[in-house]
Design a protein around this ligand. Structure first.
Ligand SMILES: Cc1cc2nc3c(=O)[nH]c(=O)nc-3n(C[C@H](O)[C@H](O)[C@H](O)COP(=O)(O)O)c2cc1C
Length: 309
């Protein structure tokens, strides 16, 4: 159902048609199949799946999650079975559902990102999200996302390797998000998504040691939301390509903040841990808001909080 058929929530991001602007955030719902008892996958805007590496990755040793006030620190370290298993065993199971599946890739080198994109190019994925912002791995990840030059190098290599729509996932662990956003756009990204997690740390005072095996972790959840809204505002005003906003979204009101700050779509991550049905509730809340405001389509609200041009 599109906006033309009366679905006020329909959006198109980087050429990917979505029934709603609400998608899953990578790494917080596995491959979506884990949500089947709670969520009708057909009702999602898009299913963004767990990050894939070229080879299987065991993830980090030791404790990987620590609760914090209004959020959580994680240091999973991209545990996944490798892109081959995703393509051969998982993607075919997801094709039963009428939902765009967006892959998420993480490489240790620019060549690895390009190879991942090449492997996915021949598959049914609707798009590729490039994770240049993972704070929890030793090589690659965040190292590419904190400088415009290296961000552009990765995006350019993926662009040359694949004709699929490309979404570049940006890190909040930077001084100037606008310059990274512009670099990704100039290198050929079709959309941006932000934010990934903020680097943080917790000390276990009983053990007198860092709580996480990786020492540092990525902070997500409501605690990061104001930072995320600010960065979405700055990035969306710096580029022409659409922005997907995320970071602590747990209710329709939160999603609306991101949309009014300039996001054309939103993703829900950590809220799914507390309530696996949160994406559906957020979507229902957006529909109710559209009715109450008599808004014609969600696109009207994108950047609604910006000052007049
Ligand atoms: C346990 C966990 C695993 C994650 N794994 C990935 C990942 O594989 N790739 C990625 O791009 N982001 C990953 N993220 C980041 C989320 O997609 C999202 O950007 C971030 O958590 C902020 O959204 P939230 O506050 O709604 O969780 C992960 C986050 C969490 C909490």
């Amino acid at each position: 159902m599109s906006a033309a058929d009366g679905n006020k929530l329909a959006v198109e991001i980087a050429g990917i048609k979505m029934k709603t602007p609400v998608m899953t955030a990578s790494g917080t719902c596995g491959y979506g199949l884990e949500l089947l008892d709670f969520v009708d996958l057909n009702s999602l805007g898009a299913l963004v799946v767990k990050g894939a590496t070229l080879e299987p990755c065991p993830g980090n040793a030791g404790q990987r999650i620590a609760e914090t006030p209004a959020g959580a620190l994680n240091a999973i370290g991209l545990e996944n079975p490798g892109v081959g298993v995703f393509i051969d065993n998982i993607l075919p199971a997801l094709r039963r559902y009428d939902v765009p599946v967006i892959a998420n890739i993480a490489g240790r080198t620019v060549d690895e990102y390009a190879e991942l994109a090449r492997r996915l190019d021949a598959t049914a994925v609707a798009g590729i999200e490039i994770n240049i912002s993972c704070p929890n791995i030793k090589a690659g990840g965040l190292a590419f996302g904190t400088r415009p030059g290296s961000a552009a190098e990765v995006v350019g290599a993926v662009r040359r390797a694949s004709g699929k729509p490309i979404i570049t996932k940006l890190s909040p662990n930077v001084t100037d998000i606008a310059e990274i956003a512009r670099a990704a756009e100039a290198a050929g990204s079709d959309a941006l998504s932000l934010i990934n997690t903020l680097v943080g740390m917790k000390i276990d005072i009983k053990r007198k040691q860092p709580a996480l095996g990786n020492i540092f972790g990525g902070l997500s959840g409501p605690a990061v939301r104001p930072v995320a809204v600010r960065m979405v505002w700055q990035a969306a005003r710096a580029v022409k390509i659409p922005v997907i906003g995320m970071g602590g979204i747990a209710a329709a009101e939160d999603a609306l903040e991101f949309i009014m700050a300039g996001a054309s779509a939103v993703a829900v991550g950590s809220a799914t841990f507390a309530d696996p049905q949160s994406i559906e509730l957020i979507t229902q809340g957006l529909r109710a808001y559209m009715r109450e405001e008599a808004a014609a389509n969600i696109g009207e609200l994108v950047g609604a909080a910006w000052p007049p041009a």
